[in-house]
Design a binder for this molecule. Structure first.
Ligand SMILES: [Zn+2]
Length: 452
């Protein structure tokens, strides 16, 4: 009969094996360009399936396209349902400029306590930790009251249509779980001598607003016979530039700023001055506070005009928009209508990439994570802060299914998050994080699935 302390201690005897698994996964270039055929996640899924089979853990591959497999492994409990899902993804973003890398991008070289390579951090480190956590529990004869599931999806980096998005729509039973942990959170923040971890409970919405500005064409030698759409564009850009999004400090995050030595909860009125103060000592935190206190509306692309000697009739502006979890479609439309007020030649449509989403913060999973991370890194002074991510992950597919999903990786406080460089040159993961994350995954599963 196993006990949690012993299992966690056992992880330290498996460091070489953990690092080897991470290296094996990084060496498979499951690069997702976003354009089919791409991804090539199936070799990774097959590798995992074989690996699980060796451990006596059931797994299967589900795929919308044969080359883009999703790997699903289940450890059954006494009860029929699974209670916790360990999530990650198997695809990686392309390597932009290989010559800038100090290490072979798919070589998984080790240097100064880190494993280097594309996907080393995002997201094969989490996959490694979750697989090793399951194997160590299995080898030690751990049994569960409630089942445990691991799903590593394809295509996370380009919308999830071959991965979690497809599973959610077509095989929601494969995601059946009350709770889930995924990438996108659980990073340590040291501030003012305190150790905090940011736990992502939700994500801002990401959408595009496509604005069409209309005029009427004419020969450019007699421009007064037409109406140049460019001037409408100039007006719109000016209006967007001076647009002040409503300030809001209602996210749970703002109730936890004491972790960063901000004693009073900021209000919508004073948030900008608080941010200015924080910026002096911690620009990263200030930037986060700014992103979580407002919607952003950012013009990113303009296209229009058909000929250098024609007055342009239509010009399109694309804006990237990030909404807070409670800012719905109606809210956005009200804001846009106000911005474009009195401009009859302007139309827009909204294209959702990801709807904003959020899980509650005060749950059993949160309690389990507190205990798990304290054990994993032997620290009992951790403060947890609920964050909302600016980007999005596959969690946006599981939260609407009612699965409480947190971004929680269990990184080690000695592993500087700035070194991970997800999507960047010389991406890497600290071996200390691979170890702490494996421990944390064991401890979360142990508690949530009532293990013995
Ligand atoms: Zn990722």
């Amino acid at each position: 009969m196993a006990d949690l302390q012993t299992l966690i201690a056992a992880v330290d005897d498996h460091v070489d094996e953990i690092v080897k698994l991470e290296q094996d996964l990084v060496r498979m270039p499951s690069v997702n360009t976003g354009f089919m055929p791409t991804g090539d996640e199936t070799p990774v899924a097959e590798f995992c399936q074989k690996w699980f089979a060796n451990e006596g853990i059931e797994s299967k591959i589900m795929a919308r396209d044969a080359d883009r497999g999703n790997i699903i492994a289940v450890m059954q409990g006494d009860k029929p349902k699974t209670r916790l899902m360990l999530m990650s993804h198997t695809d990686v973003v392309p390597v932009e400029d290989e010559t800038k890398w100090s290490y072979e991008p798919f070589g998984a070289e080790i240097s100064a306590g880190r494993v280097y390579g594309r996907g080393a951090s995002d997201c094969k480190s989490l996959l490694t930790s979750q697989m090793m956590a399951m194997a160590i529990m299995k080898r030690n004869g751990v049994e569960f009251e409630h089942g445990l599931r691991m799903v590593s999806g394809a295509d996370e980096e380009h919308g999830g249509r071959w991965g979690f998005g497809w599973l959610m729509e077509n095989h929601p039973e494969e995601l059946e779980s009350e709770f889930a942990v995924n990438e996108g959170g659980g990073m340590p923040i040291e501030d003012g001598g305190n150790l905090s971890y940011l736990l992502n409970t939700g994500e801002k919405g990401r959408l595009e607003v496509h604005i069409t500005v209309r005029g009427s064409s004419a020969h450019a030698s007699v421009p007064w016979t037409g109406e140049n759409a460019s001037y409408g564009v100039a007006e719109i850009l000016k209006r967007i530039e001076v647009y002040e999004p409503e300030r809001d400090t209602s996210l749970e995050f703002f109730n936890h700023l004491a972790a960063f030595a901000i004693e009073d909860k900021p209000t919508a009125q004073n948030i900008d001055s608080v941010i200015a103060e924080v910026h002096e000592r911690n620009p990263r935190l200030a930037s986060m506070m700014r992103a979580l206190s407002r919607m952003t509306l950012t013009p990113t692309m303009i296209s229009g005009g058909i000929k250098s000697n024609s007055v342009p009739e239509t010009i399109k502006i694309t804006c990237d928009v990030r909404t807070l979890p409670f800012q719905d479609d109606n809210y956005l439309r009200t804001q846009l209508d106000e911005i474009f007020d009195g401009m009859p030649n302007v139309e827009y449509d909204i294209d959702y990439m990801a709807v904003p989403n959020n899980s509650e913060f005060d749950t059993e999973l949160m309690d389990a994570i507190r205990v798990a991370q304290a054990m994993a890194v032997s620290r009992d002074d951790i403060t947890w802060v609920p964050g909302i991510s600016n980007g999005f992950t596959d969690s946006r597919f599981t939260r609407p299914l009612g699965i409480v999903t947190y971004g929680f990786k269990g990184d080690h406080p000695d592993d500087d998050p700035m070194l991970a460089r997800a999507h960047g040159t010389d991406e890497s993961v600290g071996i200390s994080s691979l170890i702490s994350s494996t421990k944390a995954m064991i401890a979360v599963a142990w508690q949530m699935c009532n293990a013995r």
